[in-house]
Design a protein around this ligand. Structure first.
Ligand code: DGL
Length: 277
């Protein structure tokens, strides 16, 4: 990996964090970005807190070995349970999505009634609830785990009637609570934004953590000043072909550097699939 600048590191449990990657790439065109998707061990949502923390430590260590200057935890589940620990262990800036999403929700709500949807791990942790209440103690928070949304987004079933049925089933209790703001507390949910918006109604503001986190990155980053367009480096732990396909759909690019890496054990494979040069 020649000519790599000190990069922004981003990790997620899999492909969902590409929604975060996409926003970071747009906002920081001169930065190199190294993305790691833990496609061998996805999903993190139903796993225990300790397992997710363990994976998150390995992912961060890997990105730091690759030379990143900061780490963005794109994964909500990992942000919810491991941010504090990672910040204690590693001495570079590490940012999660929970605080930015919470701030954004508080900034938008008018009636103080905020919904949060996410994986089981994120909702169980109550990380959004606690963070929102720390900013706005009188807010009323209604949370709901929507685990099937992850698979539906990965299938690309954005306009599928089943997705609408499942969204109705998951979201009706939040609708009944008269919320005016809904936090999409999972990397995959922005992919389903149209159907979630349709079910919730146009007056409910949807908070996308991918966008909310950009100001946090800006405040912590030491910017590259060489004005050379940044490069993208992708790593996954399995299923490179599936990753390629979804990455092409989400990012709309055909040529990128993708390597496979196995974490948590002693071996490491590097295999450049689609090298731009
Ligand atoms: N990336 C996860 C999150 O944002 C969703 C997928 C998973 O369960 O690993 O919570």
């Amino acid at each position: 990996m020649k000519n790599k600048k000190q990069a922004i590191g981003v990790f997620d449990s899999g492909v969902g964090g590409l929604t975060v990657f996409k926003e970071i790439r747009k906002k920081f065109p001169y930065e190199d970005i190294i993305y790691f998707g833990d496609t061998a061990r996805v999903p993190y949502g139903p796993k225990s807190k300790h397992t997710v923390i363990d994976y998150s430590i390995q992912n961060t260590r890997f990105l730091i070995q690759e030379g990143v200057k900061m780490v963005v935890i794109a994964c909500n589940t990992s942000s919810a349970v491991s941010l504090d620990i990672l910040q204690k262990i590693f001495d570079i800036p590490i940012i999660g999505v929970i605080e930015a999403g919470s701030r954004n929700a508080v900034a938008h709500t008018k009636n103080g009634r905020i919904g949060v949807i996410g994986t089981e791990g994120t909702i169980r942790s109550e990380a959004y609830k606690k963070t929102i209440l720390s900013i706005k103690p009188d807010a009323e928070i209604y949370s709901k785990a929507c685990p099937l949304f992850v698979s539906l987004a990965e299938e690309g079933w954005v306009n599928h009637p089943i997705t609408k049925d499942i969204a109705n089933e998951y979201l009706h209790e939040l609708k009944d609570k008269d919320i005016d703001t809904l936090v999409l507390g999972c990397t995959h949910y922005p992919i389903l934004k149209p159907v979630i918006q349709e079910v919730m109604g146009k007056d409910v503001h949807l908070v996308d953590s991918a966008i909310s986190i950009l100001t946090d990155i800006e405040s912590k980053i030491s910017k590259n000043t060489d004005n050379c367009i940044g490069k993208d480096f992708f790593f996954v732990s399995d299923n490179e072909d599936k990753f390629c396909k979804i990455a092409q759909d989400i990012l709309n690019i055909n040529n990128f550097s993708l390597s496979k890496v196995k974490l948590g054990e002693t071996w490491y494979i590097e295999n450049n699939y689609l090298n731009p040069e």
